[in-house]
Design a protein around this ligand. Sequence first.
Ligand SMILES: *[C@@H]1O[C@H](CO)[C@@H](O)[C@H](O)[C@H]1NC(C)=O
Length: 206
Amino acid sequence: MRFSTLSLIATVASAAFAFAAPSPRAFPATGAIEARSLHDINSIISGTTTSLTPLIQELYSIKQNNATVAGLTPVINDIESVLNNAITDVKALAGEALATILTTTEGVQLTVNQVALLVIGLVNLIFGAVYAVIQTVSALETAVVYPLLASVLTLLATLIQLICGLIAGLLAELIPLVGNMIMTVVSILGLSTTYTFLIVGAACNA
Ligand SMILES: *[C@@H]1O[C@H](CO)[C@@H](O)[C@H](O)[C@H]1NC(C)=O
């Protein structure tokens, strides 16, 4: 898994290099992934993770000077566009046989628990970067920056719910994997209702 993700990153990175456009925000990685036909959940989550990785690094580069709506909007828009592509891909899996959804391009059929680990990896990747921004943003900016961060996590909640809708038993495997950092971010951003499905009892703390 790790190796195939790394080779995918290398492939996408070289594609990004080959197609390097004048605009620094050109999006060859997304195009490269969309060009493949994605019939399994592993491909979608791996491709999404690959596309998100440079954007997540940008979030970690945010300092107080650019922890602002102007500084964050371009990267947030790009992250949302990657998540929207993932949502489209997951919706396209509806109607496929469960075995097809679970079988990687290498022909390995994942267990539901393995899918849960992939999903929580993606969730932690995004939440971790959002948490870093939360810790950076000045008190003066929170009122405008928090809704921007919340919009990404709302889209992520939709993606998680769509994936759980495809695979029976996945949500039950996912819930115990949710850590304190996720709960903290959900609470700070006022997303308890949105994340009730994942965080048992979250609505009580809203
Ligand atoms: C934010 O500003 C820092 C310098 O303070 C810079 O290194 C970083 O690349 C900037 N990040 C983004 C996403 O603009």
